[in-house]
Design a protein around this ligand. Structure first.
Ligand SMILES: [Zn+2]
Length: 304
């Protein structure tokens, strides 16, 4: 079984990410994360493949104490270089601030797919202050359809300063499902804490998927991630949506969350929440199909 972590962040302190961003918002020691560190993390958590993302949040990164230190930008070229170092382990996620310059952003998607074979577009509505159903984004959804790549959208809460809560709600994906029924949409974080709303859109639209990355200390569901995951997975199962769930970590060690949630169901004398087949789908099979993750034995990105 090939296992996949579909939600991993890159960034070198100072070069890509201000140090304050870590300690002010998450209480973490600032840590640089490149391809080497990601592969080390994958090895530690026994995962084969990682989808790695940079991103451009320069426009909205803000803290009143650090007004001159807002360079939150991990270029796609950096992501591509990390993928090139580990062509069987790492695959790229496109990071853009789409509405600053729509034509340039669309060209950047072309470049990332055609030159670097990136597998998915990431959008960050709450960080960039737009609703995901904003019609100005329609060309980006059409672009994803033209390449047949999914769009992974951050939905849900974040501690980050200067994000907008009104743009975190999964209900704003409904028009995408209606207007672009073939578009593959990954609802990142299962929209926590708007989990019921996320489950509703995922259950309604056949091409919607999800991942429960970042559920844990310092992130979403900090109090009881396993208990919350158990409840959410049970509800997803009742809507026959467990095969739309994929494993993602957000760089946190949460690989055992699904087994732990399953253990709750077994301790309650219920039927197992997650069968072996479904577990294999969650841990990699679904992601391999959705993102078309095929190892090319090192032939990618020759010209980097
Ligand atoms: Zn994330």
């Amino acid at each position: 079984m090939t296992t996949v972590d579909c939600h991993l962040h890159l960034g070198l302190i100072d070069e890509h990410t201000p140090a304050w961003w870590w300690w002010e918002q998450f209480g973490f020691e600032p840590t640089s994360v490149g391809g080497v560190e990601i592969v080390q993390f994958l090895d530690e958590t026994n995962i084969d493949i990682g989808l790695i993302q940079g991103g451009d949040i320069r426009r909205n990164t803000y803290h009143p104490d650090y007004l001159d230190d807002r360079n939150m930008y991990v270029p796609n070229d950096y992501t591509a270089r990390q993928c090139a170092m580990f062509p069987d382990r790492l695959f790229g996620v496109i990071g853009i601030d789409p509405l600053v310059d729509v034509y340039a952003s669309l060209d950047e998607i072309d470049r990332c797919v055609e030159k670097y074979d990136f597998k998915v577009l990431k959008l960050l509505p709450t960080y960039h202050h737009y609703r995901p159903d904003d019609r100005r984004l329609d060309p980006f959804y059409e672009k994803c359809l033209s390449f047949d790549i999914p769009v992974q959208i951050h939905l849900g809460w974040t501690r980050t300063t200067n994000t907008t809560m009104e743009h975190q709600r999964p209900v704003y994906l409904d028009r995408l499902g209606r207007d672009f029924p073939d578009l593959k949409v990954v609802v990142a974080h299962l929209g926590h804490p708007w989990v019921d709303e996320a489950i509703a859109v995922i259950a309604k639209h056949p091409n919607f998927y999800t991942e429960l990355s970042g559920w844990g200390p310092y992130g979403m569901a900090p109090h009881d991630p396993v208990g919350e995951a158990y409840k959410a997975l049970k509800k997803l199962k009742s809507y026959e949506c467990l095969n739309k769930v994929m494993f993602g970590s957000d760089n946190t060690d949460c690989k055992d969350m699904y087994q732990a949630a399953n253990a709750i169901s077994l301790a309650s004398d219920e039927a197992p929440l997650i069968s072996e087949d479904v577990y294999e789908n969650i841990m990699g099979k679904t992601a391999c199909q959705l993102f078309k993750l095929v190892s090319t034995g090192g032939d990618r990105n020759d010209d980097i």
